[in-house]
Ligand binder design. Structure first.
Ligand code: ADP
Ligand code: MG
Length: 608
């Protein structure tokens, strides 16, 4: 239960509902027992078996409660049937039963009513916290994890936990109380007979717990498979174009079917196990009842130590004990499942974010002198991608990084934005190590335009204003103009209010790129990082985007990662990378004159 306990803190704000639920459940347990007991007077009248009592009994304290109640009942029935006749008394007794059942169900509903707020509140808060954590965790977390797995945890695991909150309260309050109340009444009817029930209850309890044991493992497997299955779905939707173009439908279909088949097998064995609990407990229950029937029947028929109507009431009571006993076995299973789900959820919530702000992190909102990468080394996994790397980007200058793919250019962008932390060395802005600057203010200083423009299913205007929430319409248009995007936006059916579809799929590559540039322009950060912002474009849109980029880079400090060398000829410094090391550095003219790696790259491209 350790994980479930950790989740309990989410129930704290809803404590009041838990208390109201407990109170309702206490009353429910009481009335459901009384409802059974109320059969007795009805039966007694029906069988015409009440002993005539003409004198009102006197209350002699709790120890005589049972006698008092019996006496009083007999007195009441005797008096009433003399006045109104037996038929009317019977009706009264039936009414009593109905009232008791009514009360029982009212409190049943109230108990559920209150717990609903707790359950759904926990669901809401847990999902919110998970979402926040999902956003907070570093990029590196997701290169190892499947996205579908995270989605499964936020959706179905959280639901599982929500479900088990109902069960836990049933488990610790409602059903035990019902059992206790019932047992108290059973004892008061016949202690001897009750001894029998005690002999059988623990036995069937033990057998049922055996079934519950293997359930956790099975439910774990089912949930994992669910995550896998969502991952495949997620990838399929993301790559639908490629899947269709490469006729890979059947290949993805096979992977998907393999997953659903595993899910089928796991959940079959899980459900069958689960379904075993109820019939087993019912059967053991009825076996126990059989023994009581035989033994109690003897008491009624042979020994004549028990009234028949008391015996029938007793039997319904002992049958009633079975319902909560069954419910307990079911609830304990559900709590076990909840615990497994809580484990998976806590795993995300307890993942330490390695990239956190220091407690006294610097809030830096100005940029004065430059960005400095000193002696940095970095590896994603085992192999160093950058080793003892040095680079200075003075304020107001443009530094271009060129080199073959895989040489570590994007890695530098990842490190300056602190998506990853360097292993050795340090990156500083104006002499402050970026690890000392708050992440929020660091990223406030940076603008990022990546190769694949990342756009959201929202309007043009909202996509542009992502980095500046309260930007005015004029500012957005101004930014779009600088990014050479205004003209095409104006032609869209709803202009700036046009929805651009999932990931901006209603736009062309060049248009998407210009939207993400407009976004960076509007944010207006002092340092700009462009990672192959023009690589995916045709010549026409490249000219437009290039023009947009140049306008944006004016009076700004920029790190430009370029695939097309024609785009960076005006950079102050061009750095040529090879396998994470600088092989050449200088202006375009200097490097051409040097006749080295850069010139070779330029020649290769102009040939192409
Ligand atoms: N998330 C990652 N996990 C592991 N290795 C990575 C990751 N991202 C990039 N790499 C590796 O780091 C090296 C440099 O990649 P990158 O900086 O993206 O190159 P590029 O110069 O093409 O932008 C490559 O060898 C690549 O395989
Ligand atoms: Mg790259």
């Amino acid at each position: 239960m350790e994980y479930f306990k950790k989740i309990l803190r989410f129930a704290k704000p809803y404590k009041l509902f838990a208390i109201l639920n407990i109170i309702s459940n206490i009353l429910y347990a009481l009335f459901s027992t009384l409802a059974m007991i109320s059969l007795f007077p009805m039966l007694s009248v029906l069988f015409d078996n009440t002993k005539a009592v003409y004198k009102k009994p006197v209350w002699r304290g709790l120890s005589d409660a049972k006698d008092y109640i019996m006496q009083y009942l007999n007195f009441f029935v005797t008096e009433r049937s003399q006045q109104d006749g037996a038929g009317d008394v019977l009706m009264l007794m039936v009414a009593l039963i109905i009232v008791m059942f009514f009360m029982k169900n009212i409190f049943n509903y109230l108990a559920m009513y209150f717990i609903t707020y707790l359950r759904n509140g926990v669901l809401k808060d847990l999902r919110n916290e998970l979402y926040n954590k999902t956003v907070e965790l570093p990029i590196s977390y997701y290169s190892e994890k499947r996205k579908g797995d995270t989605i499964a945890r936020i959706t179905s695991d959280v639901l599982e936990i929500q479900h088990s909150f109902l069960s836990i309260l049933e488990l610790i309050v409602r059903e035990p109380l019902t059992i206790i109340f019932t047992i108290v009444f059973m004892l008061s009817i016949s202690p001897k007979l009750t001894l029998f029930v005690f002999l059988f209850l623990p036995l069937s309890g033990f057998l049922i717990s055996l079934i519950g044991k293997s359930l956790k493992r099975k439910s774990d497997k089912v949930q994992k498979e669910q995550g896998h299955f969502l991952s495949i779905l997620e990838e399929t939707l993301g790559g639908l174009r490629v899947i269709k173009a490469f006729n890979a439908e059947s290949r993805f279909g096979r992977t998907f079917q393999a997953s659903t088949k595993r899910f089928y097998n796991f959940s079959n064995s899980l459900l069958n196990r689960q379904n075993l609990a109820s019939p087993t407990s019912e059967f053991f229950g009825i076996a126990a009842i059989g023994v009581i029937l035989w033994y109690g029947g003897q008491m009624v028929l042979v020994e004549k130590t028990l009234e028949p109507e008391l015996f029938i009431t007793y039997m319904t009571l002992s049958y009633q004990i079975l319902t909560p006993a069954k419910a307990i076995s079911k609830a304990s299973y559900s709590v076990k499942k909840g615990n497994a789900a809580a484990e998976r959820v806590m795993e995300i919530l307890e993942t330490e974010n390695p990239i956190v702000d220091k407690p006294d992190a610097l809030i830096k909102d100005t940029f004065d002198s430059g960005v400095d990468l000193q002696d940095i080394s970095f590896k994603y996994e085992d192999e160093y991608v950058l080793k003892n790397f040095n680079l200075k980007v003075p304020k107001g200058e443009t530094v271009a990084l060129v080199g073959q793919s895989g040489s570590g250019k994007s890695t530098i962008a990842n490190l300056v934005t602190r998506f990853y932390d360097v292993n050795e060395g340090k990156i500083s802005i104006d002499g402050h190590n970026i690890k000392d600057i708050s992440k929020k203010s660091l990223r406030g200083l940076l603008g990022l335009v990546t190769q694949d423009s990342i756009l959201f299913n929202d309007t043009v205007a909202n996509n542009i204003s992502l980095g500046k929430e309260n930007a005015s319409k004029e500012e957005i248009i101004e930014a779009a103009k600088i990014a050479n995007a205004h003209d095409f936006i104006a032609e869209l059916p709803n202009g700036y209010d046009t929805n651009i579809g999932d990931s901006g799929n209603k736009l062309s590559g060049g248009q998407k790129q210009r939207l993400s540039i407009a976004r960076a322009v509007l944010k207006n950060p002092p340092i700009m990082i462009l990672d192959e912002a023009t690589s995916a474009l045709d010549t026409e849109s490249e000219r437009l985007v290039q023009d947009a980029l140049e306008k944006m880079m004016r009076n700004r400090t920029s790190i430009v990662i370029a695939h097309r060398l024609s785009t960076i000829q005006n950079a102050n410094t061009i750095v040529v990378l090879q396998k994470g090391e600088i092989v050449e550095q200088g202006s375009h003219d200097e490097l051409i004159a040097k006749d080295g790696a850069y010139k070779k790259l330029v020649q290769m491209q102009s040939l192409g």
